[in-house]
Design a protein around this ligand. Structure first.
Ligand code: SIN
Length: 309
């Protein structure tokens, strides 16, 4: 049985990755399990300069999920290379750097600074963070700006460029099209949905930024629907990485059957750090029970079956 998969010229040992912002750089998880069992680790967003993020409170629980407004706190690309990279460079799995910039040039500069870091095999452009005033969503919500950014980064770097799309748009397939036309090597969907809670004891919004990004099981059906729509339009042309609401292997397989070639586990890491390992085991068990020999048989499978039967 083959769980490994080649995407954008890179072989991943399995299709289960951990999502940006829910796993740091892997250092904490390393203390409790062997993270080389994961298909890949997507880092917390890395920017050109260090960022402290937003004022607290910046996380609040919601029914079946959570809202965050971290604001891309990170040590900056030099801090990452000096302090973190030496601790991850010998881990036997791939790292994908989630990249954030306030301008096109900053995205390019951060990627270029990582070109010689062998353990980082690809870039995931964050054009969908709802928690910052400049960059992020400003790129992900304007097709012309998004196309320009993807083209610029793609033509400036050697490693594969993935784009993490915002669900806070009318038609995500239009944004996927812009990325495909501009040379993206892969699409990651979805980032968090805009949300808000009011704290009745304090009589004001829970988050210092008022609005934040909703993640967790609550968003699974939305993510699956968007993966389905993008696969229907571009299936086969570009790999889709599904993220949003995955806690169990069944959730992960919903993404895969809808069209994802790999999945990322996000919010579940906060309440069950072993969730990604359980998802890998669950997919293996499912494939054995159903006699699937190769994981690729599952990708987009529901599109090939007669809906009425
Ligand atoms: C954050 O740091 O604010 C979350 C990152 C994101 O939503 O992309």
């Amino acid at each position: 049985m083959n769980l490994s998969i080649e995407l954008f010229g890179i072989r991943f040992k399995n299709p289960v990755w951990v999502a940006s912002g829910t796993f740091g750089y892997g250092l904490e998880a390393m203390e409790i399990y062997d993270i080389s069992k994961l298909g890949a680790v997507v880092t917390k967003g890395i920017s050109l300069r260090p960022r402290e993020g937003n004022e607290p409170p910046r996380i609040v629980e919601t029914p079946c999920g959570m809202l965050n407004s971290i604001g891309l706190q990170n040590p900056g690309v030099e801090g990452f290379l000096e302090k973190i990279y030496p601790k991850i460079k010998d881990v036997d799995t791939h790292f994908i750097a989630n990249i954030f910039g306030e301008t096109e040039e900053e995205y390019v500069e951060v990627c270029k600074a990582l070109e010689e870091a062998e353990k980082v095999v690809a870039y995931e452009l964050n054009v969908s963070c709802p928690n910052v005033k400049k960059g992020g969503i400003a790129f992900g919500h304007d097709p012309v700006t998004l196309g320009g950014l993807v083209e610029k980064v793609r033509s400036s770097v050697k490693k594969p460029v993935l784009v993490k799309l915002s669900p806070n748009v009318t038609d995500i397939t239009e944004f996927a099209k812009v990325c495909v036309d501009s040379g993206a090597d892969g699409l990651v969907l979805i980032n968090t949905l805009l949300g808000m809670r009011i704290n009745l004891r304090r009589e004001r919004p829970d988050l210092s930024t008022k609005v934040g990004g909703l993640s967790g099981p609550a968003i699974l059906p939305i993510a699956v629907r968007m993966v389905w729509e993008v696969y229907e339009r571009f299936g086969g042309q570009v790999p889709i990485i599904g993220v949003g609401g995955i806690t169990t292997y069944e959730d992960a397989l919903e993404h895969v059957y809808a069209g994802a070639s790999a999945v990322q586990i996000g919010t579940a890491n906060f309440y069950d750090p072993y969730a990604p390992l359980k998802v890998i085991e669950g997919i293996e068990r499912f494939m054995k029970e159903r006699n699937f020999k190769d994981f690729r048989q599952l990708i987009g499978r529901s599109h090939r079956l007669d809906i009425k039967t």
